[in-house]
Ligand binder design. Sequence first.
Ligand code: GCO
Ligand code: MN
Ligand code: MN
Length: 389
Amino acid sequence: MTSMYDPTPADQFTFGLWTVGQTGRDPFGEATRPGFSPVQIVQELAKLGAYGVNLHDNDLVPINASAQERDRIVSEFRQALSDHGLAVPMATTNLFSDPAFKDGAFTSADARVRAYALQKTMLSMDLGAELGAHTYVFWGGREGTEVDASSKLLDSLAWFRDSLNFLADYSASQGYSYRFALEPKPNEPRGDIFFPTAGSMLGFIATLEHSERFGVNPEFAHDTMAGLNFTHAVAQVIDAGKLFHIDLNDQKMGRFDQDLRFGAENYKTAFFLVKLLEDSGYTGPKHFDAHALRTEDAAGVWAFARGCMRTYLILKEKARQFNEDSEIQAALAAYRIEDAALSELTHSFSAEKAQVLKAQTFDRAALGARGLGLEHLDQLTAELLLGVR
Ligand code: GCO
Ligand code: MN
Ligand code: MN
């Protein structure tokens, strides 16, 4: 029996090969499950109603594969994608696992590492394009420091900028359709990662040669780890016209990077995030960059994947109810006060309007005394989410 919360490809849900393929290994312990081959992942995700699968170069092709092996693996994978109707909307490069990248890739103080990172990324962009990807993500996992005595902060920013400018030109020279999505994270695995927040990415993007090709790939867990409000970060990215991709998962605040199932922890933030995405008309893929708990076997991995998608769809339905609930809408209408004359005065400057505004009298005491009804509004929201409205 299908329900309205069963995903279909039209919902544009995606998972990374590295997410459902994760074997439960963590810094303290070995794998607890065998994982799946890329072809098995394609089969299973298609059965669950996902739209696509994303990958790092080495999720599919081992770093030391021969050219022949590469071609065989890629053609087998392409066959599975076409057999099961799954897309590869996003590709990215693993610039963090190999020891060569231990002190950064594009921001390494070693020019040879920076050159190798560019070479590896171009090859990975070729692979992504071959698989039909239109979004290319840059997550600078190792781009950071523990030792600022290394004295490379300003140089690192310049090296990173040069690399992205180079790769945007490479993409254009190959005729690829890529838009680039930069993914901020404050720390882990480095002590400090460069560009820790969505806002810092936005500032940096403005300095790139082809800034129109670059946007942000914000991730729920990354802002939450740092105690920030992820929904606010996403709103700023949308406002800048830069939401090119999004990584959904969950996380307890202030902990290590947990990559929990979407909605596993912060129902309310997840709700406002889904509402923001849906109300804003975001039409890109919704990518779950999360993995099943280490306690799980194969069945638990697919329960995890299904859960991410169902929770999103349940919250999407709740957002629709919120927008149609007359009591909630009345509370919102009472909260917001519009004044056409004042808005006309304040929405853009003229010397004359400034004079009129300076002469205006405001009842400061009344403004301060007004109750905003936010307790009532928030309780209505809580009751909606808890299923009693
Ligand atoms: C992390 C990151 C990564 C990236 C991935 C795709 O915390 O490890 O979120 O999962 O998203 O490398 O770029
Ligand atoms: Mn992450
Ligand atoms: Mn991510």
